[in-house]
Design a protein around this ligand. Structure first.
Ligand code: GLY
Ligand code: MN
Ligand code: MN
Length: 439
């Protein structure tokens, strides 16, 4: 991502904060996996969105109108020994030279320097509740300033949620963000195709997971956007299944929910396909129903339509279909009103997508579902999950779990499907898998 993009974001934020106020945001901490070993570092999305700075132990400060510079970055000082053991880090000079900070200070001096920056500010914009220690520190600093009121120093009177401004900005994707998201989506779609081609009865779920990771990494993308779900047979009915350790049985379906991250932007794709390469009749019937529901929902992704329309469309199609196939009994309108479908479709149609897989942004404004607008990116992912112990349905349906998930950009005229490279029609999937069986 170009530095100019970060500069523009900071300017926009600064305009919204307004002179006389201050905003603070901290980087994500390093997290311990086990003794002396850390998890791979992932920067906090809000912090990265504003700074492009990929180190822990940093705090970004924004002070609109500050004469010596509006953007201040507290970070680790350059340490040769640390560089030798752990690799390069920016240091104070790097923060100003490469990350366009107007000023940089050692993070170890936060306690001495930051209180002075809070003096005489009205509001502190800050994401409260993420880091208890920093929350306390900020309150302590403000209380200490209050004690100096006799010297004419004014303490900030309000702490305001920074997220409100920031998340509304993040909800609308710019051209350079979309470029990264398109790449994440295309490579993820390709990885799903690879999984379809490599899938054989008798393999283990983690072996297919390895095929996905192979494709991600081979394209230079090192991090999955979330732990991959590779769920054969009845495991597909466990919504957050990530064990991925069972053997794949001939005749079962497999549900794969996997996506990669490209420079902090996520893809999120689910495909469900037959392990043998051929759908059985009951699998075909349920699969086509989920696909019809997905297509009906996708039609509702247009500017000026409320976000819940897509969900409602999927509920309508799924309920009618479940009734027709005999999994539900009664009147469509009543079944929808009583939410009878929820025993088989228990989640909503999708979510915003961006730097976080379940991305930020309000779904309702003043109590009403918000209208879709160009630049928003979201997932559409209806599913049906028939528990193995569901006594009310014919045995042939039990243990089948199906989800079909695509990522969509809302455009001026409708939408663009960013993940369409991964086949999802019955014919498309069978045709692709057949090519593998022949070679
Ligand atoms: N992969 C997470 C989700 O589909 O919401
Ligand atoms: Mn999703
Ligand atoms: Mn998903």
């Amino acid at each position: 991502m170009d530095q100019n993009e970060f500069i523009q974001r900071r300017q926009l934020l600064m305009e919204q904060i307004g002179a006389g106020n201050i905003a603070l945001i901290a980087s994500a901490p390093d997290r311990t996996r086990n003794r002396d070993v850390e998890y791979p570092y992932r920067q906090d999305s809000d912090f990265y969105y504003l700074t492009g700075f990929n180190e822990s132990e940093a705090l970004a400060v924004f002070i609109p109108g500050r004469e010596q510079g509006e953007y201040i970055l507290f970070c680790r000082e350059y340490d040769e020994k640390k560089a030798l053991w752990e690799g390069a880090h920016a240091g104070l000079e790097g923060a100003t030279e490469h990350f366009a900070a107007d000023d940089s200070f050692p993070i170890d001096d936060l306690d001495e320097i930051l209180p002075g920056m809070l003096e005489n500010k009205h509001k502190v914009y800050y994401p409260m509740g993420r880091d208890g220690e920093l929350d306390h520190q900020i309150l302590d600093w403000i209380n200490n300033i209050r004690k100096q009121s006799r010297n004419g120093v004014i303490a900030p009177g309000e702490i305001v949620s920074l997220e409100h401004i920031l998340h509304e900005m993040r909800l609308f994707k710019t051209a350079s963000e979309l470029k990264l998201m398109r790449r994440a989506c295309q490579i993820s779609a390709q990885a799903h195709k690879r999984a379809m081609l490599q899938c054989r009865p008798g393999m283990y779920e983690y072996q297919l997971e390895a095929e996905l990771v192979h494709d991600f990494m081979n394209h230079g993308l090192r991090s999955v956007a979330y732990p991959s779900i590779v769920a054969g047979g009845r495991n597909s009915c466990i919504l957050h299944y990530t064990e991925n350790c069972d053997q794949l049985n001939d005749g079962d379906l497999i549900l794969i929910d996997a996506g990669v991250e490209c420079d902090h932007y996520a893809a999120d794709i689910t495909r469900t396909f037959p392990i043998s390469g051929k759908f059985s009749d009951p699998q075909k019937q349920l699969y086509q129903l989920v696909l019809d529901a997905q297509l009906a929902a996708i039609e509702q992704i247009q500017p000026n339509l409320p976000w819940n329309k897509a969900h409602d469309a999927s509920v309508q199609v799924l309920t009618e279909g479940l009734l027709k196939l005999g999994l539900l009994e009664g009147e469509v309108s009543e079944l929808i009103e009583n939410e009878a479908y929820k025993q088989f479709y228990m989640h909503r149609i999708g979510h915003w997508l961006g730097m976080d897989v379940h991305d930020v942004g309000d779904y309702k404004l003043e109590g009403e579902w918000r209208l879709l607008e160009p630049g928003m990116v979201l997932t559409i992912e209806p599913g049906l999950y028939i528990p193995t112990d569901c006594q009310t349905v014919d045995k042939k349906w039990r243990g089948i779990g199906i989800r079909i998930e695509d990522d969509l950009l809302v455009t001026e005229n409708g939408h663009e499907i960013l993940t369409s490279d991964a086949p999802k029609t019955i014919e498309g999937i069978e045709a692709l898998m057949q090519t593998a069986e022949r070679t």
